[in-house]
Design a protein around this ligand. Structure first.
Ligand SMILES: [Zn+2]
Length: 332
């Protein structure tokens, strides 16, 4: 992932000069490779043969072998489990790990994947570790763009931003990764995945490999039928359920933005929705697109408060269909 090189270089220089921060906050879009970066840094930190100028672990020493077996006792990863949040007992375990002596390496590395998903008690517990760091522990906190991290935590970290690579670089990387295996999706499909991933290459790969794109096709197909009045809200919502609510909202937000774009004389980015939005753009004033975008944002906020996601999907679908000519009165 060549776009990680500048951040790695920045970190490596700090390491070479003995100004390594105790805690770093790696920020960037979802699926841009923050975890891979943190794992690479951790690997470099524990490597026995680390020398100035090295930006990759040797791959041969005992530490590197342990790490390759994914059982290095001095590297720990903490991430949200079923609750979608990092719980206080996970942070307590991190705090114990931070003060204990390293078992086999000269340093311990704790990676907190999704430091933006700490509940308030967990965040406060982590703050204690950040305030009094042991000298032989390095904390790598990862933050997804747009998801806040407590300012008290943020202020104790050095910020390492990972930029989303330019489209050409992302496209080239994705093609190289995918074409190495048989049955690679065609370039059009790869471009769509990259678009749906907001340009983040790792996420695009995940979408392709997890079958997400096929589920999205099914939802899109149901949506088109629904807009024509061929199937019910309930049937349509069912097609979206497999995607999950967050992905449903992302998809619909993309479509609403495409509608706004077409209304302003531009082109839809999602080719699957182009025909529908062209039709809607002819018969609706521009503020209707903004209204949809707002409704989707409201729904996203409501998600935090444990609303019923299916009811939210129904509500949004009904709002979409109210844009169809002749449907306004009955659906509005
Ligand atoms: Zn090594």
């Amino acid at each position: 992932m060549p776009w990680l090189t500048p951040v790695l270089e920045h970190f490596g220089q700090a390491l070479d000069q003995g100004r390594l921060p105790h805690a770093s906050l790696v920020t960037g879009e979802r699926g841009v490779g923050k975890r891979q970066l943190a794992e690479r840094i951790a690997a470099l930190l524990v490597c026995d043969r680390r020398a100035p100028g090295m930006r990759a672990p040797c791959g041969e020493c005992r530490q590197c072998q342990l790490r390759a077996g994914e059982s290095h006792p001095d590297i720990r990863l903490y991430q949200p489990e079923k609750s979608r949040m990092i719980r206080i007992d996970q942070v307590r375990s991190l705090s114990q790990f931070a003060v204990a002596s390293p078992q086999v390496a000269g340093v311990k590395v704790a990676i907190v994947h999704r430091a933006d998903q700490l509940n308030i008690n967990a965040a406060n517990a982590l703050l204690k570790t950040l305030e009094e760091p042991a000298s032989d522990v390095v904390l790598l906190l990862l933050q997804e763009s747009g998801r806040p991290v407590l300012p008290t935590i943020r202020s104790r970290c050095r910020i390492l931003p990972v930029a989303t690579p330019p489209a050409e670089e992302a496209t080239a990387w994705l093609a190289t990764e995918l074409n190495a295996s048989e049955g690679a999706p065609d370039p059009e499909r790869q471009a769509l995945a990259l678009y749906l991933a907001g340009g983040a290459p790792r996420l695009a790969m995940e979408l392709l490999e997890s079958g997400f794109l096929d589920q999205r096709d099914a939802a899109l197909d149901a949506f088109r039928q629904f807009m024509k009045g061929a199937i019910t809200v309930a049937m349509t919502a069912r097609a979206f359920r497999d995607l999950g609510h967050e992905a449903t909202l992302n998809l619909m937000e993309g479509w609403a933005n495409d509608l706004a774009r077409v209304m302003a004389g531009g082109l839809a980015r999602d080719p699957g929705i182009a025909e529908v939005v062209r039709y809607l753009a002819q018969s609706n004033p521009p503020w209707r697109a903004q209204q949809l975008v707002d409704a989707i944002r409201d729904s996203r906020r409501a998600l935090v408060n444990n609303v019923n996601p299916e009811l939210e999907t129904d509500r949004l679908l009904i709002q979409w269909r109210s844009l169809m000519p002749g449907r306004r009165r009955s659906a509005g």
